[in-house]
Design a protein around this ligand. Structure first.
Ligand code: NAP
Length: 301
């Protein structure tokens, strides 16, 4: 039996693995996809203390190698069910049942969808959720970015280096993003803000050809001819696995506090899926360290 199983190999999960392995715990990290999580989509990281600048992919690669070198094991298969009985957790995957004495849930969050007509049908055919992954396919073209947070403005700035024109469509007049990003967007003549507006429809036969945008003040619609749209309207926690354990709030985030303890003894929550005021690389890593230390203390007792 494993001491601690970490569900999710993003920044929080891999940091938890480093701390748990260094605490001498038999540690296994489980992820349904690949290691790295959201940070793999970041072109550049320049706000992690002590690291001047690094790409998201390089950062996650280094975390992975560090966790492995310290003794953490990795398994890439989806957790489909989680049960706990008499202090023993059973994690069901298509390949079998893994048992452990503590679980650190670090499932992260996924990009939210707009939910408008055309979005699902044209995903992968001009609708994208990752500018750094797909931006290069739109060289010299006109695209839209939907959203007003850090991700949307970063995406718009990134795409302005590749595309001829970037419409930045946001549902309010003020952006939520940090001021330095707002200043950079204002000074960039390739980015055209379309404010107080929502994407009502994405259209095109084989590929995206236009987005229909509705002004929220007067209800008027305009059609913008674009070759693609990058959706950056926030995140949704990937926590359905944990819903039966009654450890989530009404938005699906773990209710665990700064000690990362959930209401279920032996289950800890770390990273973007935990209810918290700031979702950053550094806070995900901090959660991972705290959750592993708490798990070690729980297992010692
Ligand atoms: P976010 O901060 O939650 O922003 C989401 C944006 O999408 C908001 O502007 C929101 O509008 C808009 N929105 C939400 N639902 C919408 C809908 N259905 N239709 C249209 N617009 C909608 O999300 P994020 O930008 O993905 O960032 C997530 C977290 O990561 C944040 O904590 C952020 O600070 C962090 N992050 C940090 C950095 C960095 O520090 N460099 C980079 C990227 C992300 P309203 O403003 O009207 O609510």
């Amino acid at each position: 039996m494993t001491d601690v199983m970490i569900i999710g190999a993003g920044t929080a999960g891999m940091t938890a693995a480093i701390y748990a392995a260094r605490a001498g715990l038999k540690t296994l990290v489980l992820d349904k996809g690949f290691y790295g999580g959201q940070i793999n989509s970041a072109a550049d990281i320049e706000n992690y203390p002590g690291i001047g600048r690094i790409s998201g992919v390089d950062f996650s690669q280094q975390l992975y190698e560090q966790a492995q070198a310290l003794g953490a094991g990795f398994l890439f298969e989806p957790a489909e069910r989680l049960e706990v009985q008499s202090g023993v957790f059973s994690v069901y995957t298509p390949n079998g049942i893994h048992t452990c004495r503590a679980v650190i849930a670090a499932p992260g969050a996924q990009r939210r969808k707009l939910g408008c007509p055309g979005e699902d049908r044209l995903t992968g055919r001009g609708v994208s959720y990752c500018a750094t992954c797909d931006g290069a396919f739109f060289r010299g073209k006109t695209v839209a970015v939907a959203g007003g947070g850090n991700t949307a403005l970063e995406d718009a700035l990134f795409l302005s280096n590749i595309c001829s024109c970037v419409y930045l469509i946001h549902r309010r007049r003020e952006f939520r993003a940090e001021k330095y990003l707002q200043d950079a967007v204002r000074q960039n003549s390739s980015i055209i803000p379309v404010l107080d507006s929502c994407v009502a429809e994405i259209s095109g036969e084989e590929r995206v050809r236009a987005v229909s945008v509705e002004n929220r003040q007067d209800g008027t619609r305009q059609e913008l001819a674009v070759d693609g749209i990058f959706v950056a309207v926030g995140l949704e926690p990937d926590t359905s696995l944990f819903a039966p354990l009654d450890v989530l709030d009404q938005n699906g985030y773990f209710t665990a506090g700064e000690d990362c303890r959930t209401g279920v003894p032996g289950l800890f929550a770390a990273g973007d899926a935990r209810r918290k005021p700031l979702r950053q690389l550094i806070t995900a890593a901090a959660d991972g360290a705290v959750a592993a230390a708490q798990a070690a203390e729980y297992l010692r007792k």
